[in-house]
Ligand binder design. Structure first.
Ligand SMILES: Nc1ncnc2c1ncn2[C@@H]1O[C@H](COP(=O)(O)OP(=O)(O)OP(=O)(O)O)[C@@H](O)[C@H]1O
Length: 228
């Protein structure tokens, strides 16, 4: 879903990160990288209006959003299809079976619709959680390492698919993978305890080819930056 409003987080979390000012570009996919524990998930939760467990002094302006957290958040007693349609059910809207079927197909879970999360592999669970997030069609989508459990081939396929489906949506995606950021980020940000820094994204629309020279160069530069 499109929106011209720009979500923004401005403020500091004492002991975690210094004052930062993040304004997301409407309709663009922003990738956020940074060391473990620096506060990336905290930023997502602030934008989602959820408790963070840390003190935050500042302001948040956000939009109705869909958040895919690191644990996926699937309900164990609901099937894959029921989990994907859960948002509609919670809003007391009729679930749209055609939309659910499209999402199941998009993440390659055909035939597994009636399984419970415990009957799926870790990567399949992650794909089900992604399908649920994409099915929500919110103007802001927050993804916390959405492809971390996937093998290299699925990472490319599902990442490309998600970037296409989310075209025009404002997205903040946390990833630890410089290659993913170089392929999928319209904009790339690196978070440190000192705040946020812009890293130049390769040219061209996302998803970019994984082996394009500019993408490989951006991946290498980003890796160097994260190792510094
Ligand atoms: N509910 C909570 N209560 C107390 N502290 C928390 C809570 N959630 C997170 N923290 C702390 O806040 C800090 C930032 O956590 P956060 O999950 O935002 O980091 P992250 O950058 O997303 O890390 P990772 O890349 O490992 O997922 C960590 O030191 C963490 O221990």
């Amino acid at each position: 879903m499109r929106s011209d409003a720009a979500p923004r987080v401005a403020g500091a979390a004492p002991g975690l990160f210094a004052a930062l000012d993040l304004t997301l570009e409407p309709g663009r996919l922003t990738c956020l990288l940074g060391a473990s524990g620096v506060g990336k998930s905290t930023l997502l939760r602030l934008l989602a209006g959820l408790p963070t467990g840390v003190e935050f002094q500042g302001t948040v302006a956000t939009l109705p959003c869909a958040l895919m957290g690191q644990d996926g958040g699937l309900f164990p007693w609901l099937t894959v299809a029921q989990n994907i349609g859960l948002g509609a059910r919670l809003r007391r809207e009729a679930a749209d079976p055609a939309r659910i079927a499209r999402m199941v197909e998009a993440v390659g879970l055909d035939g597994l619709e009636d399984r419970l999360p415990a009957q799926l592999s870790g990567g399949q669970r992650q794909r089900a959680a992604l399908a649920r997030t994409l099915a929500e069609d919110r103007p802001l989508v927050l993804l916390d390492e959405p492809f971390s459990a996937l093998d290299a081939r699925l990472r490319l396929q599902i990442g490309d698919m998600a970037a296409r489906l989310l075209q025009g949506t404002t997205v903040l995606m946390v990833t630890h993978d410089p290659a993913e950021a170089a392929r999928l980020g319209d904009r790339i940000l690196v978070m440190t305890p000192g705040g946020l820094a812009e890293h130049p994204a390769p040219p061209g629309p996302v998803p970019r080819r994984h082996d394009a020279p500019e993408v490989l160069a951006a991946q290498a530069a980003l890796t160097d930056r994260l190792l510094a």
